[in-house]
Design a protein around this ligand. Structure first.
Ligand code: PLP
Length: 390
């Protein structure tokens, strides 16, 4: 029986970019010790008090169908958090709770594009973006950001691609580059969206992980709240990746339709998970800082190590849990470098090419192992690059 082209074409026919990761996992399965700097997940688990609250909520009976757009308490807390961070009036009617940021990305594209419409996104990109867009039968169109611009996208290039498109997906702080978009970049993006009637889908799942500068949500820019859907999540800010709890913040009518979509797809998020998410949000920004602190520490370690050599250079690492390293001095592609590093030193990193064409000649290093092993691995990586540098 034939399956839909929507499903069979989801990956777009190319490599999915996970080859190095899979080889590392095979090596581990055969007993080789591999230092994994691949996946964007904390090296700590969800904090015990959050799990205890989840347990309490489940034992209290919050195990039935939960309110589809989210529990009033969690929607209120997300609205308050967003209002505090942006200054834009936000109520529970602007919030729908989703099973993680990924489901929010899918729903946001379902809400803003019709089949066959073009949906824009910035390259380098989080690996699921093109597939998410194909999943709603829209056509993904990548707009490159350039290494020479420190991967800040140019409004002029977005404008040149915007005719006929319905949406633009951006991500700041950025995975994979660690770049935080400047006010100028965001002003330019906002203007292009207004000039071309685009929805802006703003993926802000790393909004608590900013090491330099400040996070600015484009929803706070003039006349942008009415055309912006903000994607948020508990995954990265509260080390709750497995709980699958995120949200979309947007205009009330969009949220009403997104609630209808949730009724016909996910039927909401389990109540005990939402209760635990509410408990976690109530721990305040101090707790969020604690979750981000290891990445901030390792970023400083990395800056020191990288400053002592010149085979590898660091893209300004202003946010998120990743470093993007330029290894073009070796003459290798990111992919060839990553395979060679894995074979020679059993260190696994992601090739830049896994995140689009614009990050060719780069590698992404996740700062997700303990400080001492991280520093040692980065040192080895730099020495390896030096042996290959032309
Ligand atoms: N957006 C970005 C940029 C990500 O890096 C991730 C996960 O790595 C997600 C969205 C999805 O996160 P989740 O579905 O866990 O909220």
């Amino acid at each position: 029986m034939q399956l839909s082209s929507r499903i069979t074409g989801l990956l777009g026919g190319g490599s999915d970019g996970w080859g190095v990761f899979l080889r590392a996992r095979q090596m581990i399965a055969k007993g080789t010790a591999v230092t994994e700097l691949t996946i964007g997940e904390h090296d700590i688990r969800t904090a015990a008090p959050i799990l205890q609250d989840m347990h309490r909520a489940a034992m209290d009976g919050h195990t039935g169908y939960a309110s589809v757009p989210g529990t009033p308490g969690l929607r209120d807390a997300v609205a308050q958090r967003v209002q505090d961070r942006t200054g834009v009036k936000t109520t529970r009617d602007n919030v729908v709770i989703t099973p993680g940021g990924q489901a929010a990305l899918f729903a946001a594209h379902a809400a803003t594009t019709n089949p066959g419409d073009t949906a824009l996104f910035i390259d380098p990109y989080y690996a699921t973006y093109p597939g998410t867009i194909r999943g709603v039968s829209a056509i993904p169109k990548a707009i490159p950001a350039h290494a020479k611009d420190a991967f800040q996208p140019r409004a002029s290039e977005i404008a040149a691609a915007a005719a006929g498109a319905k949406s633009l997906l951006i991500n700041s702080p950025n995975n994979p580059t660690g770049v935080v978009y400047t006010r100028d970049t965001l002003d330019g993006i906002a203007q292009v969206c207004k000039d071309n009637g685009l929805w802006l889908i703003s993926d802000e799942v790393y909004d608590t992980q900013v090491w330099n500068g400040t996070h600015l949500s484009p929803r706070a820019l003039p006349d942008m709240a009415e055309r912006t859907l903000v994607v948020g999540s508990m995954s990265k800010s509260h080390a709750m990746t497995g709980s699958r709890c995120g949200w979309i913040v947007g205009p009330e009518d969009a949220i009403e339709h997104l609630t209808n979509l949730a009724t016909h797809t996910t039927y909401g998020v389990p109540g005990f998970i939402q209760d635990a998410a509410l408990f976690a949000l109530r721990q305040g920004t101090g707790f969020e800082d604690e979750i981000g602190a290891p990445f901030q520490r390792r970023r400083l370690l990395a800056q020191d190590i990288i400053a002592q050599q010149n085979a590898v250079s660091l893209v300004p690492a202003d946010g998120a849990m990743y470093l993007m390293l330029d290894i073009r001095s070796t003459g290798l592609s990111g992919e060839a470098f990553a395979y060679a590093l894995l074979d020679a030193h059993h260190i696994a990193v992601m090739p830049g090419e896994s995140f689009g064409k614009a990050a060719a000649g780069h590698i992404r290093v996740a700062m997700t192992i303990d400080d001492a092993r991280f520093a040692q691995a980065l040192q080895t990586l730099c020495e390896f690059a030096k042996t290959r540098a032309k």
